[in-house]
Design a protein around this ligand. Sequence first.
Ligand SMILES: O=C(O)CCC(=O)C(=O)O
Length: 270
Amino acid sequence: MNNSQKYLFDLQGFLVIEDVLTDAQCDQAIDKIKQRMKPMEKTPNGYDSNGTWHHAPNLWEAGEPFLSLIDHPKVTDVLSEIISPTLRCESSYSFVRYKDCPVFEMHGGSRGGRVNFRYDARNGQIYTGLTVISYNLQDVAPEDGGFSAIPGSHKADFQLSEAERKELFAFGGPLVRTIPAPRGAAVIFTETLAHGAASWQREDEPRYGLFYKYNDRAAVYHEQGNRRPSNEALAMMTDAQRCYFNTAWQAFGPDGRNTNDVPEFGPDAG
Ligand SMILES: O=C(O)CCC(=O)C(=O)O
């Protein structure tokens, strides 16, 4: 992570890294998402989706390019600096949203959440917890809608009431910005950032959103039961990738395994 990336992440709460995925990987990801996606009746906010939202969970089950993204060096270079040198991958999923889909309401926007929802920067070091990678499989322009955020809100120390959130976090209001990025880019953002998604406005194609969530290997935010890779998916991974799914601990491991960087799961598990 270079100095200007640290500056931008600390200033905004997100960072856009271009040229992470190739065109061929974007096409492959879209094809596999299309095969796996299922319509959602309700959006995460409980709005009727009317056929405009689809979901494809646990994408590592579909092999490449989803496996390579678990430890893509352009992304882990940033995550290992802002979260921890040892990382957990908590989920990998797609939301596919068509024109005029309901918004994904803004969430986050305060750093008072301890281990998962923390943000601080001291003496040249960023400290955060749960962090999301939103991969752009298509070019996204500001007028298209999609990923939106309030830059800088990851540092907010004050909690807002529901009524205040409604006013200050309104899509189309002065604070909320859509974040454009080219095909192949990774938008890395801390979950403490106020973020959500504006209604998708393109007629020609839906938005194929692809999301990976990371944490310190010693911490877990999401219940892992139905998010854990199957044995078949673990068997397709490298040892380094399998370590992203180790049990959460940091120290006092068994003999010969004092740190949590040996794979626990899969055929070659130590
Ligand atoms: O759709 C987006 O860009 C935001 C997704 C998001 O915030 C989430 O999945 O938690």
